[in-house]
Design a protein around this ligand. Structure first.
Ligand code: SAH
Ligand code: DHB
Ligand code: MG
Length: 222
């Protein structure tokens, strides 16, 4: 098994079930052109998020970590016309590119890009009583992951779904001795998840065009 094979199979999946889409493709092109890191979700993963949000009947979605808005657009397209998505981004360049991509996709009316460190903007969402969110996608920096998960729970209701990206990190997550702050953040998150009585959760390992990683899916049950 190799990266070449995972990429080829992702291409096969894209050809089968992900029709060409001008707004999503333009979003990735603008992201590359601006020199943003290519760490958006893959098309297959983006569509999975979209399908989960749709199956959930989500009317209010929260995203932590916007980048160029690629996953944001996939998620917002799951919303009904009066639905709303709030996405949190700390980098002004990323937020600016995301806003342009979102406008090009015709989703400006449904998406609110909030600039600022998520640990500053999340308490504001609570103050504004923006919750509960039906669906939360956490995909920002890993060292703060346990705190983001705690906020996602605070801003959820029973029945909400919380998806957390990049929790396997090429298998690095099982290295208990790691000094890597990303691994430490993911492991600390795993401990909190295990101890959290208000969710039922699993983690799924994935391979594809973006390598070997995985995501957490947590259903808020209490
Ligand atoms: N969800 C996007 C990818 C997000 S990449 C997609 O799949 O298309 C992670 C993003 O989180 C980057 O844009 C980075 O700037 C942002 N980020 C990093 N630290 C942050 C913080 N403390 N608060 C908010 N956003 C942060
Ligand atoms: C990284 C971050 C991501 O959100 C991702 O999906 C892949 C990689 C990273 O920081 O390396
Ligand atoms: Mg990610």
């Amino acid at each position: 098994m190799s990266q070449d094979q995972w990429t080829a199979v992702d291409q096969y999946i894209n050809n089968l079930v992900i029709p060409p889409d001008a707004a999503l493709e333009a979003t990735l092109e603008a992201s590359v052109a601006a020199g943003l890191p290519p760490i958006n979700v893959t098309p297959a993963h983006g569509k999975m998020l979209h399908l989960l949000a749709r199956a959930q009947g989500a009317r209010r979605i929260l995203e932590i970590g916007t980048l160029a808005g690629y996953s944001t657009i996939w998620l917002a397209r799951a919303l009904p016309p009066d639905g709303r998505l709030i996405t949190l981004e700390s980098d002004p360049q990323h937020a600016g590119i995301a806003r342009a991509n979102i406008a090009r996709a015709g989703l400006e009316d449904r998406i609110d890009v909030r600039l600022g460190a998520a640990l500053d903007t999340l308490p504001r969402l609570a103050e504004e009583r923006q919750g509960p969110f039906d669906f939360t996608f956490i995909d920002a920096d890993r060292p703060n992951l346990p705190e983001y998960f705690a906020w996602a729970l605070t801003l959820s209701r029973r029945g909400s779904l919380i998806i957390v990206d990049n929790v396997v990190r090429k298998g690095g997550v099982i290295d208990a001795a790691s000094e890597d702050p990303n691994i430490k953040g993911v492991r600390r998150f795993g401990e909190r998840l295990a101890a959290e009585t208000r969710v039922s959760a699993t983690m799924v390992q994935t391979v594809g065009a973006k390598g070997y990683d995985g995501f957490t899916i947590a259903l808020v049950t209490g």
